[in-house]
Ligand binder design. Structure first.
Ligand SMILES: [Fe+2]
Length: 246
C-alpha cells in the first residue's frame, strides 16, 4: 500500500475538519470514560485471571497485544492535543492534529477488529505508553528556545511512533500466522499510518526545526562575514595608503 507522505507532511486540515475531529474525540472520550466508570462500579478481575491464561494460545496473545495497543491509542488521543498546543511551528502543530484525527480512526479500527474477533478491547493499561506520555509531559513544562522545544516534542512523539510501529508489526505478524487476513489488513493500514507519521516528523525536524535552532553552521557564518569585512577594510586601507605614497 502506497502512502503519499508528502501530502501528510504539508496537509493543512481545515478548521471544519479539526472541529469535526474534536467532536469525534469528545464522543470517544465520553465513551471510554463510560466504560472505565462501568469497570470501577462493577469491578471484575477478568483481566487479572486472563494474565495467567494468556500464553495458552497465540490467539490469546494477539488479543492481549490488541488490548495493549488499544489502551496506548486511547491514551494518545488525550495526549496529542497537548503536544499540538505546546508546538510553536505551524507545520508541527498541524502534523500533531492530523495524527490526532488518524489516531481516532485507529481506535475505531481496533474496535472493528474486536467485533471481527469477538473480543473486548478494554481491560488493559499500556504501561509503556503511560511512561512515554509521562516523559513527554515534562517537555510541556519547559520554557526556552521555541525551536529546541519543538525538537524535543518531535523526539517524544517519535518514541511513541516507534513503540506503536513495533506493537502493530507484532500484532500483524500474529494475525497473519493465525490466518486472520482481514484483521492483518486492518492492522497493516494502521502500521502504514504510523510509519508515515514518523516520516512526517522526521521531515519537519530536518527541514524546518533543526535549521531554526541557531546551532552549527549558523554561528560560523557571521564570523566568516566579519572576517570578510575585515579583509575588505584592510584591502581598502592598503589601497588608500598605496595611493597616498606617490
Ligand atoms: Fe496510533
Amino acid at each position: 500500500m502506497q502512502v503519499d507522505t508528502s501530502r501528510k507532511v504539508f496537509a493543512q486540515p481545515s478548521e471544519a475538519r479539526i472541529n469535526q475531529g474534536a467532536g469525534t474525540l469528545f464522543a470517544l472520550e465520553a465513551d471510554i470514560s463510560a466504560r472505565f466508570e462501568y469497570r470501577r462500579c462493577k469491578p471484575d478481575h477478568t483481566s487479572i485471571t486472563r494474565t495467567k491464561e494468556i500464553m495458552e494460545t497465540l490467539q490469546d496473545l494477539l488479543e492481549n497485544e490488541l488490548q495493549d495497543v488499544y489502551s496506548a491509542e486511547t491514551q494518545l488521543v488525550k495526549a496529542l492535543p497537548k503536544l499540538a498546543k505546546k508546538a510553536t511551528s505551524e507545520s508541527l502543530k498541524q502534523a500533531f492534529l492530523s495524527h490526532l484525527e488518524e489516531t481516532v480512526g485507529q481506535v475505531a479500527r481496533l474496535e472493528e477488529i474486536a467485533t471481527l474477533m469477538g473480543v473486548k478491547m478494554t481491560g488493559k493499561t499500556c504501561k509503556a505508553m503511560e511512561g512515554l506520555i509521562k516523559e513527554g509531559a515534562e517537555i510541556l513544562e519547559e520554557e526556552g528556545n521555541a525551536a529546541v522545544i519543538d525538537a524535543a516534542l518531535i523526539g517524544a512523539a517519535q518514541r511513541v511512533e516507534h513503540y506503536e510501529i513495533a506493537a502493530y508489526g507484532t500484532a500483524k505478524a500474529f494475525a497473519e500466522h493465525l490466518g486472520l487476513t482481514e484483521v492483518a489488513d486492518l492492522l497493516d493500514a494502521t502500521l502504514e499510518e504510523e510509519s508515515a507519521a514518523d516520516e512526517t516528523l522526521s521531515g519537519i525536524s530536518l527541514d524546518e526545526i533543526l535549521p531554526s535552532t541557531n546551532s552549527g553552521d549558523s554561528e560560523e557564518e557571521p564570523q566568516m562575514e566579519a572576517d570578510e569585512e575585515g579583509a575588505e577594510k584592510v584591502k581598502s586601507k592598503s589601497a588608500k595608503g598605496a595611493r597616498k605614497k606617490p
